[in-house]
Design a protein around this ligand. Structure first.
Ligand code: 4AD
Ligand code: MG
Length: 468
């Protein structure tokens, strides 16, 4: 076959160079047709749209076309022409086709449309080749790019915090241990505790649950930083919103108070949503049409309204009133409770009908590092609650006072020997500062309209599942 430089299908579809010879390569979505003429829908991942290859069977015999079935990979040389058919503006009249690899119809799992999401999760290595997952992962890439652009344009520095750590940022004890010790022969002291002196790092270490603590070190030197990396939580929650391995974006800004922090969070999330609407049109439209007819409306809705800002205590009152009026929640509502996603969604979807930033939570249900309020009961926490998702962002103003932070660490029995470096930020040139964490997959759930978080990350890690 003649060698012609490949054109990506996304570019071919935009081209108006009719009459030129082009080369495209990709995977066959379908082949159909008659004894005279065949139509191959070809996709190369560069766009949701396929290019139609028109094959004259006088030119390329029927026998030759037989192995070109759904899933096969081919290279096509042909003439770019204006399309007569509906739904596309260009097509390619094939001169030559080379078959790279066949996909036996008897065993290739992606035959028909309409596989269940559950089935596709079992073949996560191949589901990437479906329209749906192509759309989701192109959007995922675009969102990552938008996030870096947002922060870079505003003078933030991308700060790389460690994946392996000896401290538990969120204090929830949901960490995956990292060790090179022989698990069949663990050395223990007289109390039965494992001795880590001879472990790789000489101490007990885990995968990080958050880069925040190290992020604060960056922010109190570089002014404003953000992290964007994998995060690990061994919480045994099998829900459509939890992963054991997820990606988190954590901006941290020196001199910002909680109000600046809320403003940044709102601006940031709106920027990401607008980016998806402007730059992922075909993919968002596809997901809107196929899965979630309200998707585009919901995305535009979030851009339109100011987010509600509401203290936790007020939020509880609203929920209690709803209960008094007969609204049924699965979990109880009372001051001090850690809100369940049904409560968060009630506030957002039914009460206010727009995103809500809930602030000033009881200190007992929040992490040790949050700035303590004068009332002695609440802290300057802020959670951003979204329609269909619930909590999409968690953050706070940080406790900048050395004494108050020291006491809180002691109260919570957090080992002080692991915290000396963190406390040093408050010992030397302490400043007010704030930050938050956005769950990247929660943002993607919102932007794609997918209903399960396992479907917005290529290879999900959840309890009892680490395939691929
Ligand atoms: O609310 P979280 O636990 O906050 C922190 O980790 C802070 N250190 C962030 C900060 O202030 N720098 O987590 C932040 C966000 C949540 O709002 C949620 O979107 C996401 O991370 N998240 C998860 N996403 C998927 N699976 C999980 N298991 C998640 N846990 C949290
Ligand atoms: Mg949280």
């Amino acid at each position: 076959m003649e060698t012609i430089k490949r054109t990506k299908i996304v570019d071919v579809l935009k081209s108006t160079d009719f009459g030129t010879i082009v080369n495209v390569k990709g995977w066959v979505r379908t082949r159909r047709g008659s004894k005279q003429i065949n139509f191959i829908a070809l996709n190369d991942g560069s766009t949701i749209n396929n290019v139609q290859i028109v094959v004259d069977l006088d030119k390329l015999g029927e026998e030759y076309l037989k192995p070109i079935t759904t899933g096969a990979s081919i290279s096509v040389n042909g003439t770019l022409v204006q399309s007569q058919g509906k739904g596309q503006s260009v097509e390619i009249q094939a001169n030559e086709i080379e078959i790279y690899g066949t996909a036996d119809p008897a065993t290739y799992p992606l035959q028909k449309k309409g596989h269940s999401m559950e089935f596709l999760r079992e073949i996560a290595h191949l589901r990437l080749r479906t329209n749906t997952f192509g759309a989701v992962f192109r959007i995922r890439h675009n969102m990552a790019y938008a996030i870096h652009k947002f922060f870079h344009d505003r003078g933030f520095f991308y700060f790389h915090t460690p994946i392996i750590t000896a401290s538990d940022c969120e204090g929830a004890g949901q960490m995956f241990q990292v060790t090179t010790k022989n698990l069949y022969n663990l050395k223990k002291d007289e109390n039965g505790s494992i001795i880590y002196d001879d472990d790789f790092f000489g101490k007990q270490t885990s995968l990080t649950v958050s880069g925040q603590l190290e992020g604060e070190l960056g922010a109190t030197a570089l002014g404003q930083i953000y992290t964007f990396g994998p995060t690990f939580r061994a919480e045994n929650s099998n829900t459509p919103r939890h992963l054991a391995e997820f990606w988190m974006i954590e901006p941290e800004v020196a001199f910002n108070d909680i109000y600046d922090n809320m403003e940044l969070a709102e601006e940031f999330i709106k920027y990401c949503v607008r980016w998806a609407l402007d730059n992922c049109k075909d993919d968002v439209q596809f997901l809107n049409d196929m899965f979630d007819k309200g998707l585009i409306d919901r995305l535009q809705g979030v851009l339109k309204d100011d987010f509600v800002r509401l203290p936790y205590t007020e939020g509880i009152k609203i929920l209690e009133e709803a209960v008094a009026k007969g609204h049924k929640f699965e979990f109880p509502v009372y001051w001090g409770v850690d809100l369940a996603s049904e409560h968060e969604r009630f506030l957002v979807e039914e009460h206010f009908k727009r995103p809500v930033i809930l602030t000033d939570y009881p200190k007992e249900i929040k992490a040790f590092y949050m700035k303590q309020n004068e009332d002695g009961k609440t802290v300057r926490a802020m959670d951003v609650l979204f329609p269909k998702i619930g909590e999409i962002i968690g953050g706070s103003e940080r406790e900048a006072d050395y004494g108050k932070l020291y006491n809180r660490i002691q109260e919570l029995n957090i080992p002080m020997k692991d915290m000396w470096w963190y406390l040093d930020t408050r010992r030397f040139g302490t400043v007010p500062h704030s930050g938050f964490g956005l769950g990247f997959e929660r943002l993607l759930l919102f932007v794609t309209g997918m209903s399960n978080i396992r479907d917005v990350i290529p290879f999900p890690r959840t309890p009892k599942n680490a395939e691929f």
